[in-house]
Every structure is written in C-alpha cells, then in structure tokens.
Design a binder for this molecule. Structure first.
Ligand SMILES: [Zn+2]
Length: 156
C-alpha cells in the first residue's frame, strides 16, 4: 500500500519483513503521529498486527505504523490520548506513537509488543537485553512460555 511519508517516517525492509524508519530526528517524548486504522470492538479479535486498546477493543493499524516491529529495548511506545472535537466535546481515545528517546534519521522505530506468554514467538531484535521471546517482560516466567519453548524446540 503506498505511503507518502507525511508523518516523518517511511516503510522499508527490515531484518524480518518490513519495518518503519524515521525520515527525520525526533525528540524524547515527541508524538510521532496517530496510529490510523480500524477499531475492532470484538474483544476476541486477533491478528498479527492488532493493538489492544484500554477499553478491550483492538485497533487493526493502517500503514505506516502497521509495520512497527517489536524490540525488547524499543525506542517508541503507543499511548492512548483523549481527543476532543473542535467544539470541546469528547471524541474518545486515539492511539499515538511516541518517541521514548531521541531518534536519529534512518533509525528503525520499534515498540514493545507486550504479548502474553501464550502468543510468544522467538525474538530476533538483537538487543543486548533481548528476552529471547516476543513477550511482555512480566510474562517471561509463565508456564505457557515453557510450553511455547518446547514446541519451538520440537519444530526446529
Ligand atoms: Zn528481543
């Protein structure tokens, strides 16, 4: 899908599939852009790219942020912002991407997927503190991760 780079990022090849890369520098805590997409109200909804919203709905993101990759040491995070209409009435929450640290042009933008242990897959983010799995930090010791580990070992 074409994306013109209006949010200061581009979609490009990453070590595993596509990723999102900065076209300019961002300051720590700078809001990079809104994550557009389709809100799925079904709490059971699952897909490879969907992002959980606080109210139990999920967001199926559109490009470019559809292609955000996971890192165990990410430089970005998703934040939910309350957005008001021009007349001041509440419009609801919007998902935005925020820089966690200063980002230089050309860097890949990454987030922590915070997946539960039962959805964990091996991580290849390459950080010195990589958890080994794409999984939320607090889920690292759950039984389900042990099972996923054994299945991956059996498959590979
Ligand atoms: Zn990792």
């Amino acid at each position: 899908m074409p994306y013109s780079g209006e949010q200061g990022v581009r979609i490009g090849p990453a070590p595993h599939g596509l990723g999102v890369f900065s076209l300019r520098s961002f300051r720590e805590r700078e809001l990079i852009g809104p994550v557009r997409g389709t809100v799925m109200e079904d709490p059971q909804y699952e897909s490879d790219h969907c992002m959980e919203m606080g109210d139990r709905s999920a967001l199926e993101p559109a490009p470019p942020f559809r292609y955000l990759n996971h890192s165990c040491h990410p430089n970005c995070a998703l934040v939910e912002l309350e957005v008001a209409r021009p007349d001041g009435t509440r419009r609801g929450a919007e998902m935005w991407l925020e820089a966690l640290c200063a980002i230089a042009p050309g860097e890949q933008l990454t987030i922590d997927y915070h997946w539960p242990a039962e959805h964990a897959i091996p991580c290849a983010c390459g950080c010195p503190d990589c958890r080994g799995w794409i999984v939320a930090r607090e889920e690292r010791n759950r039984d389900e991760l042990g099972r996923a580990w054994r299945q991956a070992g059996a498959a590979g």
